[in-house]
Design a binder for this molecule. Structure first.
Ligand code: FAD
Length: 436
């Protein structure tokens, strides 16, 4: 029996306006200053910086340009850090915690400046983000966070009480929320295509549909075996994030790929959109496994995303779960049809922090934990400076040790479905407590 079709297309909505385009095959270089594995946002932004500094540099990607997470994501320029400020302070001390948060601000500004100065046509809209609270206590805590962000980092952030909520979002599910005006939305596939355009024009060579198979250290640097042949590289940068495979076993044991899925509605009437998303903001929730959603750049549909605990195939259950979430938020969409439903891999690690690190001479830029629209270009740029020995420009609060090893794990995240279910259960308990 066929599973019921709940969306017309299983490819990203973004690919309608910015389809994946195969690149012409390039001759294989014998030698390189830097070989980059992965041509998503991180690999391309590193390659762009290196090429502009005159390095001979090439990025190799197993798939078409951007076919990983970089053309599949929600396009929300959140730059979030999973651990909250209190957790970061406990772990690293207040100074480092603040430095980490401050770098989020710097990374967002870097992205916006890059879009402006390079003329990147990616439908970027600095519309702000609303974060919904599921309980009044949570709302109070979130309001304090917004106040701290406003005072300490001078970010335009404020609380929205329950009675004002409908000015921001057409649902009563939340008990108020907070707004951050430093976050916006872009069209991720257009952003990738434009980043690729600028990187190629700067002298980066991109070899797509060409996997890196193995990397071995030798006297001259690294001997890299690719699907097209062998390359000698002085330095290697790994930017494979949620698509990391056996070519980099050290990383594979420390990074867990997790599916994230998005559904897109058909076009909705302008008055419906104006009622449900009056300010066209990006939306998120304060749950462990919450939803993120937004209007399409033309303001005609809603795109809603969340974790997908499936690991193989394209089962219908995760789509139904997202659809149920959408209807719960906006009951008037009960009969809405979905035009698209797709997924991609994000990469989680044990401390849930993005990072640059070096191990056995190889530099890694990775672990974006579902927030790479801001972090991947930023960390990629810093990784490029690290490779060139530009200490000042390479300085970042995210130059950490490698992520911790995950026991009994070699790249097959068998535990992930149970993990996500546990977090969903914790969310349900928190919701029940908040509603008493
Ligand atoms: C559905 C979804 C929604 C998301 N929403 C948001 C959002 O709204 N905001 C946000 O900030 N972030 C979001 N993210 C996360 C964001 O997309 C990623 O963090 C970001 O794109 C990571 O970029 P990257 O360059 O590190 O990796 P990717 O773009 O995933 O690229 C990695 C590349 O490495 C290549 N590769 C792997 N192994 C090899 C090999 N051996 N040889 C050659 N190539 C190899 C892969 O082919 C792949 O193209 C979302 C992700 C998904 C999937």
């Amino acid at each position: 029996m066929h599973a019921p079709r709940i969306a017309e297309k299983a490819t990203p909505y973004w690919w309608e306006a910015a389809p994946l385009k195969p690149l012409a095959r390039q001759p294989l270089p014998r030698k390189l200053d830097v070989l980059i594995v992965g041509a998503g946002y991180a690999g391309l932004s590193a390659g762009l910086v290196l090429a502009r500094e005159g390095r001979s540099v090439a990025a190799f990607d197993a798939m078409d340009p951007g076919e990983g997470a970089s053309t599949r994501n929600g396009g929300i320029t959140s730059g979030s850090i999973r651990p909250d400020y209190a957790t970061l302070s406990r772990r690293f001390g207040e100074e480092k915690a603040l430095a980490i948060e401050a770098e989020g601000k710097a990374a967002r500004e870097f992205l916006y400046e890059f879009i402006k100065t390079e003329g990147i046509a990616c439908d970027f809209q600095p519309v702000g983000q609303f974060k919904g609270a599921f309980g009044f206590e949570q709302y109070e805590a979130m309001a304090r966070t917004a106040e701290r962000l406003a005072n300490k980092l001078k970010i335009e952030a404020y609380a929205v009480p329950y009675v004002e909520q409908r000015k921001y979002i057409g649902t009563d599910v939340y008990r108020g929320g907070t707004v951050r005006m430093d976050i916006g939305g872009l069209q991720p596939a257009k952003f990738h295509a434009e980043l690729l355009r600028v990187a190629l024009a700067s002298g980066l060579t991109v070899h797509t549909r060409t996997s890196v198979v193995s990397i071995e250290r030798d006297d001259a640097g690294f001997r890299v075996v690719t699907a097209a042949g062998q390359v000698q590289a002085r330095q290697v940068l790994v930017c494979t994030n949620g698509y990391t495979d056996g070519a980099v076993p050290f990383l594979r044991r420390r990074l867990v790929p997790v599916r994230s899925r998005i559904i897109a509605t058909e076009e909705l009437a302008p008055e419906v959109m104006a009622r449900l998303m009056p300010k066209r903001m990006m939306i998120t929730e304060n749950r462990e496994v919450g939803f993120y959603y937004r209007p399409s750049p033309d303001g005609k549909r809603i795109l809603l995303g969340g974790r997908d605990s499936s690991r193989v195939g394209d089962p219908v259950a995760p789509k139904l779960l997202l659809r149920k979430g959408l209807i719960n938020l906006f009951p008037e969409l009960e009969a809405v049809r979905l035009s698209h439903s797709w997924f991609g891999n994000v990469a989680m690690n044990r401390d849930m922090l993005p990072r640059i690190f070096q191990k056995d001479g190889i530099v890694y830029a990775t672990g974006f934990c579902g927030s790479g629209v801001v972090w991947a270009p930023w960390i990629g740029m810093h990784a490029a400076h690290k490779l060139m020995g530009n200490d000042e420009q390479a300085r970042t609060a995210f130059d950490f040790r490698p992520p911790a090893f995950i026991p009994f794990y070699r790249g097959n995240p068998w535990f992930m479905p149970a993990f996500i279910q546990t977090y969903r259960m914790r969310d349900r308990i928190a919701l029940w407590r908040a509603s008493r």
